[in-house]
Design a protein around this ligand. Sequence first.
Ligand code: CA
Length: 238
Amino acid sequence: MEKKAKEIHEIQILIAEDEEDIAEITRHFLEDAGYSVDVAYNGREALEKIDSSTDLVLLDVMLPEIDGYEVCRQLRSKSETEEIPVIFLTAKSEDDDQIQGLNLGGDDYIVKPSTMEVILARVQSALRRAHVSEVKTIELLGLTLYPKQYKALINGENLHLTFTEFQLINCLVRHPSQIFTRDELLEMVWHDDALTVTNRTIDVHMKNLRDKLGDFSGYIETIWGIGYRFNGQESLSG
Ligand code: CA
């Protein structure tokens, strides 16, 4: 299951960190969470490795050769890299440093030492704000999702999903086997409009989505009393 999630994410994270132990622990943790991770041990190497395929940078401030602030400044000055989310890693906790990082275009900062759980939560949050995880095309089990066009194909055939149906399947597929409560789906799909939507509305959209999935409706599993999840395993065996 973990391997499948890795194929789905395809999200590229660059860690710029000169302390090898920290870099390696962080790399392994993020890889286990399904991300594709590369490490640069100084600022020059980071600038060489970051390109338009990079989805997020974890950027240590105190780096050899070129420091993190300057790396961020250079990323923001090129159209190819100006929109990549940058999270600063700083061992210093002074407010001035954090403000400087954010002024230079950093999206967030994490004060070291930090737990891996905090780093992962910040990474997920920054990717969500940048809509990175939602815009990458996914192919899995004959199902292809094109988020930019809100289009879903099964074995090449267009399912003609509505915007809401697409958002629902996109959300479930990108977190395979994770169970979503109806409240979580409201939050992820309807965002600020969540208050105007009821749980019953979700069930109606899910039914319509399943009808369109036809023989593949088993992909979407109802977890009684809780919510829904995408279950690729079930569909394969069944
Ligand atoms: Ca450092």
